[in-house]
Design a protein around this ligand. Structure first.
Ligand code: NAP
Length: 302
């Protein structure tokens, strides 16, 4: 039986692994993807992580992974399907088998939300994307639309504006939610057109994406944007599915815990974007990972 199983290898999971390895915990990290990093991998440029201005998401993830590897952290690629609380023992069920540990740290993060409009599924992979860094290059010199007004939407639009002939940003309000520095940069770009107070209503085309139809929320007038690609950046949902019910969650499904990551179930801890909190950033996920290990060490002494 391990001391600890960390589920997820984003900044929260990897920081916890670094602190856990230094505390000599007998532990594994279970990661679903072959590449560690979580959502950060899909970030073109990270400009608010101290000491590494402008680093790419992939480079930052690789640095974190290298740090873990240098400390001898054991990563297992497998998909967790459930966690069972048996008191002093926790059972982690995966596609390939079962693992036992005294404590579990849930650090599976969050994933992109979907719009749920006609055409979104039909044209998935044929013009509809959730990751500008991954798919942007397919739209060089073409026209794209980004939907959303948060950091991800604005970062994606800036990235795409470098590649595309034209980029529409469709936002349901008349004010962006993104950090001011990003807003300023976006609004200074000549090939970006803001489509304010508008909702995307459907995506159309023959074999691939050709049109995005948007509706003005005040006049209800529809407008057709001729686009080759639609990038959806309308927020995130917690990757909580395999753990639902193991401890208290908020209405959106995030696990409720304080800074120490201790959930309502003894021995089940949470860190990173999966924790109910107000600021989801790489640095706050990393902070969660460190704090959780401190609390887990105390728990293991009980
Ligand atoms: P977000 O900040 O929640 O923004 C989501 C945006 O999508 C909002 O502008 C929202 O509109 C809009 N939206 C939501 N549902 C919609 C719908 N059904 N139709 C149309 N628009 C919709 O999400 P995010 O930009 O994906 O970022 C997720 C988290 O990651 C945030 O906490 C963000 O700060 C963080 N992040 C961190 C970094 C970093 O650490 N460097 C980088 C990127 C993102 P309203 O504004 O009207 O609500």
């Amino acid at each position: 039986m391990y001391d600890l199983i960390i589920i997820g290898s984003g900044p929260a999971g990897m920081t916890a692994a670094i602190y856990g390895a230094r505390a000599e915990l007998d532990m594994i990290v279970i990661e679903k993807n072959f590449m560690s990093g979580g959502q950060v991998i899909n970030t073109y440029e990270v400009d608010n992580y101290p000491a590494l201005p402008g680093i790419s998401g992939i480079d930052l993830s690789m640095k974190m992974r290298e740090h873990c590897d240098n400390l001898g952290v054991n990563f297992v690629t497998d998909e967790v399907t459930g966690v069972e609380d048996l008191g002093d023992k926790k059972l982690v069920k995966t596609v390939q088998g079962e693992y036992e540990a005294k404590a579990v740290l849930l650090a599976s993060g969050a994933d992109h939300s979907r719009l749920g409009i006609p055409g979104e599924d039909t044209f998935g992979g044929r013009g509809v994307s959730y990751c500008a860094t991954c798919d942007g290059a397919f739209f060089r010199n073409k026209t794209t639309a980004v939907i959303g007004g948060g950091n991800v939407a604005v970062e994606d639009a800036i990235y795409l504006a470098n590649l595309c002939e034209k980029v529409y940003v469709v936002h349901r309000r008349d004010e962006l939610r993104a950090d001011k520095v990003l807003q300023k940069k976006l609004l200074s770009l000549d090939n970006v057109e803001m489509v304010w107070n508008s909702n995307a209503v459907r995506i159309e085309g023959e074999k691939k994406t050709e049109r995005l139809i948007v509706k003005d929320k005040f006049t209800e007038a529809e407008r057709t944007l001729d686009v080759d690609g639609v990038f959806v950046a309308v927020g995130i949902v917690p990757n909580a599915e395999p753990f639902n019910g193991i401890a208290d969650q908020d209405k959106a499904g995030y696990f409720i815990a304080g800074e120490d990551g201790a959930t309502s179930t003894p021995g089940i801890f949470v860190a990173g974007d999966l924790r109910a909190k107000s600021l989801r950033q790489i640095i706050t996920a990393a902070g969660d990972g460190a704090n959780a290990i401190h609390a887990i060490q105390q728990y293991l002494l009980h």
